[in-house]
Design a protein around this ligand. Structure first.
Ligand code: ATP
Ligand code: MG
Length: 338
């Protein structure tokens, strides 16, 4: 049985991830890890944002596989289908419908200021499509469809959440209180995990050209350890947080996010150690922490019927929920409900 959506007492937490690649440590520490604990306090809705993912060209066979793998990974991480909803965005048409409507309440100027749009247009200069530009509108539709109170995200998505809040308030000002204006939920540690080879840039799924830059949740333990051993460090030999030490600071953040240790405690623990030993310990700690997730993922991969049944029942429930809000919005803007 999936979650009882009629329970309105708990607040709603909503989040999504694109199946543009398998999740990496940034996705895990910046977002996914928080998703699991939020289930105690909130009704959680977790989307696999495959509509968003085609803003960058995808291979259809890979995309289909990664979409399903991500569903299983949510489960493996501890998203509990008895308490939370999880679904594919493409299987819930109200997302695209509401996005169209909200497009008409969003200004070109505000979308043009988005740094993700600027970054991705630069990276994919041969494919600067309209979807890439209106990405934050679809993201707003995702969030607003479910009257979400909080949205756990990494730091890079803060700007998109701001635009969502602006769109919701603008719509409410015209039509009355239709949408809940959501709050961002951004963790304190590892809200922005940087690449292991390029610690000045955030770790991103779609930047898979340099494999050693990203640590994937499903990388084998020995691969994880070897990627950490090769991580770029900084000049000097001290293990401490510092603006001129992006590599070491990133490794410390990763270590603290995984273990729950305070930054100062981690600094004193590693005081006097060499960079090589430090990188090895961080690598081993990360590898150990993802081991149970990998085990669960492998079990689920063998349990096709169970996963298929969950996908079906969750899709049905999510559609029912999304339709409610879409109908409300259609009435407000003056579309006949037939
Ligand atoms: P893409 O490169 O395709 O945009 P991505 O790695 O940015 O992929 P998304 O699916 O866009 O991942 O984002 C999913 C969630 O992970 C979001 O909440 C986002 O803020 C968070 N996130 C992404 N990268 C990082 C990172 N390096 N550190 C912390 N959180 C991150
Ligand atoms: Mg992203």
């Amino acid at each position: 049985m999936a979650m009882d959506v009629s329970d309105v007492k708990k607040k709603i937490s909503y989040s999504a991830m694109q199946p543009t690649g398998l999740p990496h440590l940034g996705n895990y520490l910046g977002a996914l890890k928080n998703w699991v604990s939020l289930q105690d306090e909130y009704r959680c809705i977790y989307c696999i944002a495959n509509l968003h993912s085609i803003t960058v060209r995808q291979d259809p066979v890979n995309l289909r596989k990664r979409t399903r793998d991500l569903f299983m990974l949510y489960l493996a991480m501890g998203i509990d289908p008895k308490r939370s909803l999880l679904y594919f965005q493409s299987a819930v048409p109200p997302h695209a419908e509401l996005a169209w409507i909200l497009n008409c309440y969003t200004y070109m100027g505000e979308l043009g200021r988005m740094t993700q749009y600027k970054d991705k247009s630069q990276k994919h200069s041969d494919n600067i499509n309209a979807g890439l530009f209106s990405y934050p509108v679809l993201m707003s539709a995702d969030i607003l469809l479910y009257s979400s109170d909080v949205v756990p995200i990494g730091e890079d998505q803060r700007q998109h959440l701001e635009i969502c809040r602006d769109i919701a308030s603008r719509f409410n000002n015209i039509y009355g209180d239709v949408f809940v204006v959501p709050e961002a939920y951004i963790g304190k540690i590892a809200a922005r995990v940087m690449g292991l080879q390029e610690p000045e840039k955030k770790m991103s799924k779609s930047d898979g050209d340099n494999e050693n830059n990203l640590v994937y949740l499903l990388d084998k333990p020995e691969v994880i350890i070897s990627k950490f051993k090769r991580a770029v460090t900084d000049s000097g030999n001290e293990i401490k947080y510092a603006p001129d030490k992006p590599g070491i600071s990133n490794l410390l953040s990763i270590y603290c996010a995984v273990t729950g240790e305070k930054p100062e405690a981690a600094e004193s623990k590693f005081a006097g150690k060499g960079y090589g030993d430090f990188k090895l310990i961080v690598g081993e700690t990360v590898a150990e922490s993802v081991r149970p997730i990998q085990q669960k993922f492998n079990e689920l991969s063998k349990n096709k019927d169970y996963v298929d049944a969950l996908i079906r029942s969750n899709t049905e429930q999510t559609n029912a929920l999304a339709q409610r809000m879409l109908t409300k919005v259609k009435k407000k803007v003056g579309f006949p409900i037939v």
